[in-house]
Structures are given as C-alpha cells and as structure tokens.
Design a protein around this ligand. Structure first.
Ligand SMILES: C[S@@+](CC[C@H](N)C(=O)[O-])C[C@H]1O[C@@H](n2cnc3c(N)ncnc32)[C@H](O)[C@@H]1O
Length: 205
C-alpha cells in the first residue's frame, strides 16, 4: 500500500467534505476537551498551527496571538477557509508540507499540531522542521494518538494499521513521543493528563 505524500494528501482531499461529520461523535465526546487543554498551553506571539485540517482548533486560538496555519491538502484548506469566514477568525492559511516548511529558522513562538503526526508520511522529518522553525525558548505542542503500551492492544493496532491508513490516511501505530525525544529540545514533557493512547506533548527549544 502506498503511503507517500501524494497518496496521503489525496486521501485527505477526498475526505475533506465529510471530515467534520465523520469525527462529530468523537469530537463531542473526547477531542473537544483535549483541544481545550492543548491550546491552554499555547502562549501569545506568533503561533504556527501545522495540519490545520478543517479548522477545528479555531475556537481555541488565543485572542492575543497572531496565527499562521498550514496544511498540505487543498481540500482540507478549502473547508478551513469556509470556517474561517463563517466564524470570522483571524488566521493566515497556507498550503505547505510540514516535511519541508518554507519558513526561516526560529520564526515562531509556538508551533502546535493536533492529530497530525499520525498521517505525516515521514514524521521525524516533519518534527525536525517544527524544531527548526520554533524560536529558541519557544515551544512545540502536540496532541497525538500513538501506539498503545499494552502489548496485546499494540499487536491489534499494528494489524489494523494498514486498513486505517487505507481508509483515512492515519497511522495508529506511531511512536510520536520517542520521535519528539529524538529531536534536540531542551526538554520534552508528556502532560500527566495523557492516557495510553492520547498524548499531550510539550517540548521546549
Ligand atoms: C487527522 S487530520 C487533523 C486535522 C486537525 N489538526 C484537527 O485536529 O482536526 C490530519 C491533518 O494533517 C494534514 N497533514 C497530514 N500530513 C501533512 C503534511 N505532511 N503536511 C501538512 N499537513 C499534513 C492533513 O491534510 C489533515 O488535514
């Protein structure tokens, strides 16, 4: 099965019109409260949101921040633009691949992504880009689902992974905490509210 950038981008383009509907139940039951906790950690200044999707994080943008948001899927960005206009959100939306950001080194005070590194084809390459564009003393904040530490559940997730990638372009077997720890941050903390599968990660450059 193909998992290159073009294939995954096209998958999100195809899903874009239905994305909010497909996630509506999980959003209400689970994701909304995680998003609140995640964005509560974002400081003002210039924020980069990576993998903005349809703009589900718009309600949580700090009022005192300037936000730039990117996504590599034109289909998802189109939905984000609609939501931006409907909700009158101040954000600069750009089409870009996190694996090769156009921004200069040390550009942003906070770099943030929610449920994105499950689908980035080369996650370590993308995370190194987040590190590069974050200012020294700034922070990278990630809300991600990862492979379970429970061996039985992890075995099942590994088996199901190809099907989930094929369906929605997301991997359920990523080890994102380890990947972040392998970047040269001053420190990496996993918020204690995190559970076996959903991790709220803060890293300081
Ligand atoms: C599961 S969706 C999450 C969207 C949004 N962050 C949210 O919390 O609802 C993953 C998003 O990441 C984007 N994405 C995946 N790989 C990317 C890449 N390499 N560069 C930029 N965006 C990417 C997808 O297009 C999609 O919009």
């Amino acid at each position: 099965m193909k998992t290159d950038s073009t294939t995954i981008r096209k998958r999100y383009d195809r899903l874009a019109p239905y994305f909010d509907g497909l996630e509506a139940v999980m959003e209400g039951l689970l994701f909304r409260s995680w998003r609140k906790q995640c964005w509560a950690k974002a400081k003002g200044g210039h924020i980069l949101e990576v993998g903005v999707g349809t703009g589900k994080n718009f309600p949580y943008y700090p009022a005192d921040a300037r936000v730039t948001a990117i996504d590599f899927s034109p289909g998802m960005l189109k939905q984000a633009e609609r939501n931006q206009q409907r909700k009158n959100i101040s954000v600069a939306l750009e089409q870009m691949d996190v694996q090769g950001l156009y921004y200069a080194d040390n550009s942003f005070d906070t770099v943030i992504a929610t449920f994105v590194f499950c689908s980035v084809p080369q996650p370590l390459k993308g995370l190194k880009e987040l590190y590069r564009v974050c200012k020294p003393g700034g922070q990278v904040i990630l809300l991600e689902h990862v492979l379970s530490a429970n061996p039985l559940l992890a075995w099942l997730m590994e088996r199901l992974n190809p099907l989930v990638v094929w369906l929605v372009g997301a991997n359920i077997n990523r080890t994102t905490v380890k990947h972040v720890q392998s970047c040269p941050f001053q420190w990496v903390r996993v918020d204690p509210a995190s559970n076996d599968i959903i991790k709220l990660i803060v890293a300081k450059k």
